[in-house]
Design a protein around this ligand. Structure first.
Ligand SMILES: [Ca+2]
Ligand SMILES: [Ca+2]
Length: 359
């Protein structure tokens, strides 16, 4: 093939030069869209290797739930044999910094940042259609045991609260980038997981991982709630919902990794924020769960008859006290309405990637 002269004193061949430029421009025009596409894709994908910040959970058989559940926690019974396959899991709850990376790459707008369409919710009062989140507010003179259903006075819908402003309009995450991201819906966390090339854990995977290789223990660190008097996770100390004494060092969410990891090296599997799982939430599901890789019931618990149902939350949060909630135990579970975002629920992801090579 003959090279076309590009800068030669003896190449007054305008016709050939014009032809060369046409070819070059045509090639550039063909290639540029692919370059732009490639750049966009690289901007949309996390830069770090797939398993960075994750640990391999080997899988196996375990007893999920407990047959020792008291009346208040009947949804944790019965204990039943379950088998899960191995998977990778984030060692921490997803942080504000990680969620910021996702939003920067995708311009994703979370549900709490958007107003609802009144045509979709004709019965809802206008103030509830504003973008916002359900936030905890301290209240005095309330006996939590006498509250129930949707009438929990310590929860208030706060317009303007979202992951960027998790305590309401005047708050910020500026000094909180290492804390769990808050105020997300199930749809939001699914979007993050998809972008990261990951997924939410099933409830069975979550509990297997939380137990950290221990067998049938009430806490993810063992038998005793406070071994040697030490508080082992971020929860509430004091009179709920009036006063959090923060004896564990934190009132509200703590930076991830503020407490010791479990046997698999996972942090905050108890407390800090509840963690969303893939499964729909079913109070009675453990009675009918299959042994191999259960994925939850076909529809979610829906006590308020909203038509949307609840997904599983696991692990308890900074709001769980020793008396009323007491859900920072290994078997604790509850549901969260699919459309609701709050400042005590977050998530972590898992990934279906090959097991690490044995050394
Ligand atoms: Ca605390
Ligand atoms: Ca947690």
């Amino acid at each position: 093939m003959t090279n076309l002269p590009m800068d030669s004193a003896d190449s007054p061949k305008p016709a050939r030069n014009a032809k060369a430029w046409i070819i070059i421009i045509a090639v550039v025009l063909m290639v540029v869209p692919f370059i732009v596409l490639a750049l966009n894709n690289s901007a949309a994908a996390p830069a770090s290797p797939a398993t960075t910040g994750m640990v391999w959970i080997p899988g196996g058989e375990f007893t999920m739930g407990t047959s020792k559940a008291d009346e208040k926690h009947a949804e944790e019974a019965p204990g039943h044999a379950v088998v899960v396959k191995g998977f990778w899991m984030d060692i921490t709850e997803v942080t504000n910094a990680q969620f910021q990376d996702f939003v920067d790459a995708t311009q994703y707008v979370t549900d709490a940042e958007k107003d609802l369409d009144p045509r979709d919710f004709p019965q809802a009062p206008p103030e509830y259609l504003k973008g916002g989140s359900l936030l905890f507010k301290k209240v005095s003179g309330v006996n939590p045991f006498q509250c129930g259903g949707a009438n929990l006075p310590w929860w208030s819908f706060t317009a303007g609260a979202n992951w960027r402003r998790p305590e309401g309009l005047n708050s910020t995450i500026k000094e909180r980038m290492d804390r769990p991201v808050l105020c997300l819906t199930y749809k939001d966390v699914q979007a993050y997981a998809k972008w990261a090339g990951k997924r939410l854990p099933t409830e069975a995977e979550w509990e297997f991982a939380a137990r950290g290789g221990l067998k049938d223990k009430p806490f993810v660190w063992g038998d005793e709630e406070k071994p040697g008097g030490k508080i082992m996770c971020n929860h509430w100390q004091g009179k709920f919902p009036e006063r959090d004494n923060g004896i564990d060092g934190f009132t509200g969410v703590a930076p991830v990794k503020s407490f010791p990891p479990n046997g698999y090296g996972l942090y905050d599997m108890a407390g800090n924020v509840w963690e969303m799982c893939e499964d729909w939430y079913g109070l009675e599901y453990y009675k009918v769960s299959p042994k191999e890789g259960p994925i939850g019931p076909a529809i979610g618990y829906d006590p308020e008859k909203t038509g949307f149902g609840q997904h599983v939350l696991r692990g308890g949060s900074w709001l769980c006290d020793e008396g009323y909630c007491f859900r920072y135990r290994a078997t604790s579970r509850q549901g969260l309405d699919t459309l609701t975002s709050t400042n005590h629920a977050g998530f972590r992801c898992v990934a279906d990637l090959p097991a690490p090579e044995k050394k």
